[in-house]
Design a protein. Structure first.
Ligand code: ATP
Ligand code: MG
Length: 571
């Protein structure tokens, strides 16, 4: 490729709306352009990177026995109704109607589609295991599309689905994918960490997220340095914190005028925050009230609450009217005196407290001396871990203090068990002629998000610093003055030699000033720049600059190709 023919419209400035550096740089370097909120075109340089990531993914999926297919993006509503997800997926699903009024969704994911494909064709255990994948656009009407390709509404995903005859087989498929994902992100040149994850709405068994470590990432991870435990903050299990036993004093109401936050209550009553119980009120999609209680200094974990309350799919902040109807009082709440049909979830640590402060379900009134194991009606409450991990919490495996860091979820692997095969009645005959449900797994990688994450991790004030494996080009050859015929001719030769050696090379044959071209090369982030000047031509040497380190090497004409190949290996 020659730069004079390349469509790479670089910008002078960062676009105003871009917040993340990866988004800013992708726009400025001319990799993507916005069509609508969260919907982008990929320009040649951006697309080359996407294609390289896809190639790595394909190689690793195929190496584990994956077979590539392509399913439709337009999915009939009936399939989603059969699985029950049409009603529960929520407003993220983009829906449309055809001219006959039949409903469709633009695929946000393909469990239903692939299960229906398999159920009509695969009938025997002899046809298993099966791993099928595709790389395709997915559609999710994200509530806050932002950060460019990081969270878009139309995005490229690789999704693989595994079908096995039993749980053991499913776990083998899971391990294969876990290992393949580790190789993919390593080959992409990323610093990442697989972390234990919640299964989310997708349901099923266990799961890991592959998280690229980055301070601006949307995911928060808890990890332990001494035993290697790592989990997303949503998932991180927490041990119960026991309090020293105290004599249980009698429950008593006290006036707490205007103290409707835990901070106000603790200041007003002069008690440590660890002696207070905090309430958070939600309603689910059906309007059912869900009250959650944690220690005053703890935060609730909504995912854990959803997992604890059967049938709850999404949480919304509760309306005051719903709270009053249940016998509660917003800002002054405890489980004591709440009506029976309310879902009350109490964090396990709360049940260990003695003589604490909690709301009295009356305006401006709190209870003191609340001892939950005595005062809460055990039959009416769900007791479990519902709190959010924080730095310093004990590791659930070894007890050492957990650390927190941030990252970008680039991929996730799940075991699904027979959740979808059962819902869609997808069965096969086992060795004994018995009908069984498939044991499934699903495995996704965000291709565009992986590219964005690579930039988040690899950039400086001049621009992108691509890891070699996913750079749009590995080497750029720049004649300092392309108007000079000798320089241009010499550069062409080097360009041809490198291409012949299998190196993905671009020739910057633009007649612009050298400084302009160098800036663009740095912005776009080619891993190696070769500069051709009158001096190097005279000396018959080749000047090689490494984008990442700024190091400059001068090689002899007869050895430079080998040297460049060697240098690329480490980039
Ligand atoms: P998130 O929690 O970030 O919304 P998710 O857990 O819903 O993502 P999955 O269903 O696990 O996403 O999808 C698999 C992969 O697809 C994710 O790991 C991520 O890399 C990518 N992905 C998901 N949503 C988006 C999006 N809106 N834009 C770009 N990539 C996405
Ligand atoms: Mg996910």
């Amino acid at each position: 490729m020659r730069a004079t023919q390349l469509y790479a419209p670089t910008l002078r400035e960062f676009p105003a709306e871009a917040e993340l550096i990866s988004h800013k740089l992708m726009m400025k370097a001319g990799l993507i352009r916005k069509a609508a909120g969260g919907i982008y075109s990929y320009l040649p340089l951006g697309w080359r990177t996407i294609r390289k990531i896809e190639k790595i993914i394909r190689e690793e999926m195929d190496a584990e026995g994956g077979q590539e297919i392509m399913m439709p993006i337009t999915q009939p509503a009936e399939l989603w109704k059969e699985s029950g997800r049409w009603a529960v997926y929520g407003p993220e699903m983009m829906k449309l109607e055809d001219r006959h009024g039949r409903e469709f969704a633009l695929g946000p994911t393909h469990e239903e589609m692939i299960t229906s494909l398999i159920r009509s064709e695969v009938k025997s255990y002899k046809q298993l295991p099966l791993m099928l994948y595709q790389i395709q656009n997915k559609y999710r009407d994200e509530i806050r599309p932002r950060f460019g390709l990081m969270r878009s509404r139309e995005f490229i995903m690789k999704d693989l689905y595994s079908f096995d005859k039993d749980i053991d087989g499913m776990n083998v498929s899971y391990d294969k994918m876990y290992n393949a994902y580790s190789r993919i992100f390593t080959r992409c040149g990323l610093k990442f960490r697989p972390v234990e994850a919640d299964n989310g709405a997708i349901g099923g068994g266990h799961s890991h997220e592959f998280t690229v470590l980055a301070p601006n990432g949307e995911s928060s991870i808890a990890y332990c340095e001494s035993c290697n435990y790592a989990a997303s903050d949503e998932k991180a299990e927490l041990k119960v914190i026991t309090a020293e036993a105290e004599e249980m004093k009698p429950l008593e109401k006290v006036s707490t005028p205007n103290c409707h936050t835990i901070e106000m209550v603790k200041d007003y009553l002069q008690v440590p925050i660890e002696k207070t119980i905090k309430a958070v009120a939600f309603q689910d999609d059906d309007g059912r009230l869900i009250l959650a209680f944690v220690r005053g200094d703890h935060e609730v974990n909504e995912i854990k609450i959803l997992n604890a309350v059967e049938g709850a799919l999404h949480l919304h902040m509760a309306e005051d009217s719903a709270i009053s109807a249940a016998g509660g009082c917003a800002g002054f709440m405890s489980p004591i005196g709440i009506k029976d049909d309310t879902a009350i979830v109490v964090d396990s640590t709360v049940m260990e407290m003695y003589n604490a402060v909690a709301g009295a379900n009356e305006v401006d009134v709190h209870y003191i001396n609340v001892t939950p194991k005595r005062d809460f009606d055990a039959k009416k409450i769900i007791v479990t871990d519902i709190r959010m991990v924080k730095e310093g919490d004990p590791c659930p495996h070894c007890g050492k203090a957990l650390k927190m860091t941030r990252g970008i979820e680039v991929g996730q692997v799940f075991t699904l068990g027979n959740k979808y095969s059962k819902a869609l009645n997808a069965t096969f005959l086992d060795e004994n002629g018995k009908e069984k449900y498939f044991e499934m797994g699903c495995y996704g990688i965000g291709v565009g998000r992986t590219a964005a994450a690579a930039i988040e991790q690899n950039n400086d004030e001049h621009g992108i610093i691509w890891p070699r494996a996913i750079a749009p080009f590995e080497v750029v050859v720049v004649p300092v003055n392309a108007k000079n015929a000798a320089q241009l001719e010499y550069s062409e030769k080097i360009y041809e030699e490198l291409k012949a050696a299998g190196i993905d090379t671009i020739l910057d044959d633009r007649k612009d000033r050298a400084g302009v071209k160098f800036n663009d090369c740095d912005l776009i982030g080619y891993p190696i720049r070769i500069t051709i000047s009158p001096k190097t031509i005279d000396e018959n040497t080749i000047e090689v600059k490494i984008r990442k380190t700024g190091e400059v090497y001068t090689f002899n004409r007869d050895e430079y190709k080998d040297k460049v190949c060697e240098l690329l290996k480490d980039l």
